[in-house]
Design a protein around this ligand. Structure first.
Ligand SMILES: [Zn+2]
Length: 206
């Protein structure tokens, strides 16, 4: 499962400073009382930015892998939350999603761009709606847009800030903000997937 690594900088800085070396878990999330064989379990690579490694732990007694995802990275999606935020903000500010798609310089064909944009917009909006309900005293009056949340929080980048604000609910919040696997139509969920060695699961929101 993915866990939050509180990190205030960008992915580029994380790579430059080898941030994965500072990412540590003091105890097993499954066995708070200790006594299990919980230990570091190497790293896995993410594609972007190049050079990114993510720290992993493994509890052989609970048969569970834990990876420490820095706040700047999108969950179960390539790249950083700032890139997701830029796409969604472009749509929020454009007269239509089609106009926003035309203006985005993405290295894919237009039907692919529409799909790429729609999934990001829907995923972010779904997360903002859930957070409005979870923290109504702060966000209850906001419409579920990044612009409205940015004004409320007084921060330039909302998604990275929400990793900290919504820390207690990250396992339930939809990716790429939260760590929940893709919700299924009808309300069910995929079973949480174990992290394997190798790249971050590719193309899940591509
Ligand atoms: Zn354990």
């Amino acid at each position: 499962m993915q866990l939050r690594f509180a990190y205030a900088n960008t992915g580029e800085e994380y790579v430059k400073r080898k941030g994965w070396q500072q990412a540590t878990l003091s105890r097993c999330p499954l066995h708070a009382q200790g006594g299990c064989r919980f230990a570091r379990h190497g790293t896995y690579a993410r594609v972007s930015p190049p050079g990114t490694l993510i720290t992993r732990y493994y509890c052989p007694d609970g048969h569970r892998t834990f990876s420490l995802l820095p706040d700047c990275y999108a969950a179960r999606l390539s790249g950083q939350l700032s890139e997701v935020e830029a796409v969604v903000r472009a749509v929020e500010q454009a007269p239509s999603q089609a106009a926003a798609c035309a203006g985005l310089r993405l290295d894919i064909e237009l039907p692919g761009v529409q799909r790429f944009v729609t999934r990001r917009v829907q995923a972010v909006q779904a997360a903002l709606v859930v957070i409005k309900g979870l923290v109504p005293e702060r966000f209850g009056a906001c419409v579920p847009t990044l612009l409205a949340f940015a004004l409320m929080l007084g921060v330039p980048e909302v998604l990275v800030a929400l990793r900290g604000i919504a820390e207690s609910w990250l396992q339930e919040l939809p990716r790429p903000l939260g760590f929940c696997p893709r919700p299924r139509p009808g309300g069910g969920r995929d079973r949480a997937r174990q992290h394997r060695a190798g790249a971050d699961p590719p193309g899940l929101l591509a």
